[in-house]
Design a protein around this ligand. Structure first.
Ligand code: UDP
Length: 244
């Protein structure tokens, strides 16, 4: 039975990072598709304004509180979550786990060439990891079925979908019944860019101080519009609480 709270109509799991990893490990070994999404304030705000997207997030088997804004919002609503559970960290934990147990991962998303680079780096970082296949995230509708076949034929059990939100969540939801070989599908945004070294993650000190967002903003001020979603999110939560 999941212990979730609602923030602006989106169900978020009240979980620790350790618990999330244990659940994800079970999902990747259990036949039948499970879906994990990692909503940050920007994603919750988008879902608040789009019922279809909200329903997709709420169809997940787990939604981790990714982003310190989600943690603050939960606290403000009187239903705190234990800690922030970034999708990136959960992914790293899961790759460390499956490198020992042998389930393969398929890397789907990012610009052409990035997933290949990420695969090389991941095989160095996680010796024994099986990267069953890769595909970039820039494709036409006509190519979709071909990509699904490639994923299913690869033998992967874990599928990382890195198309950015809400594209990745929508893609996962729309194709969930076709992904016959996959046990666990996760939407993890820019993770492949980080694994490939195309984008650097914030230094640990920023992560510990919950200032990762600030580091990303300084590195790329053109993201200002995206960060403006944070105060808007907090105000909307204050005004409207849990429900849409
Ligand atoms: N992307 C993609 N296909 C698209 C649009 C985006 O593969 O049609 C990729 C993009 O190249 C990047 C990732 O999706 O690797 C999104 O990164 P972003 O930093 O926006 O994600 P976030 O983690 O902030 O959601």
């Amino acid at each position: 039975m999941r212990d979730t709270i609602e923030i602006l109509g989106v169900n978020i799991d009240r979980i620790t990072a350790d618990y999330a990893l244990r659940k994800a490990e079970q999902m990747v070994r259990r036949p039948g598709l499970s879906m994990i999404f990692t909503p940050n304030p920007e994603i919750v705000m988008a879902a608040y304004e789009d019922q279809g997207f909200r329903d997709i997030l709420n169809s997940a088997d787990m939604c981790t509180p990714d982003g310190i804004g989600v943690v603050y919002a939960a606290k403000m609503l009187g239903t705190p979550v234990p800690e922030r559970v970034p999708g990136f960290d959960l992914t790293c934990g899961l790759l460390e786990s499956i490198r020992k147990t042998g389930e393969g991962v398929f890397l789907f998303g990012a610009k052409p060439g990035v997933a290949e680079l990420a695969a090389d780096n991941l095989k160095d970082k996680y010796p024994g990891l099986i990267v069953s296949g890769v595909h970039d995230g820039y494709f036409s509708d006509d190519e979709n079925d071909e990509i699904i076949t490639q994923i299913n034929d690869s033998g992967a059990k874990l599928l990382l979908v890195c198309l950015g939100a809400p594209k990745q969540e929508k893609w996962i939801y729309e194709n969930r019944n076709k992904l016959s070989g996959i046990n666990l599908c996760m939407g993890v945004g820019g993770a492949l860019d980080v694994f490939a070294g195309v984008v650097k993650r914030a230094p640990d000190v920023f992560i510990k101080l919950n200032l990762e967002w600030f580091y990303r903003f300084c590195k790329n001020p053109s993201r200002l519009g995206r960060f403006a979603a944070l105060p808007r999110f907090m105000l909307t939560v204050k005004k409207n609480g849990k429900k849409r």
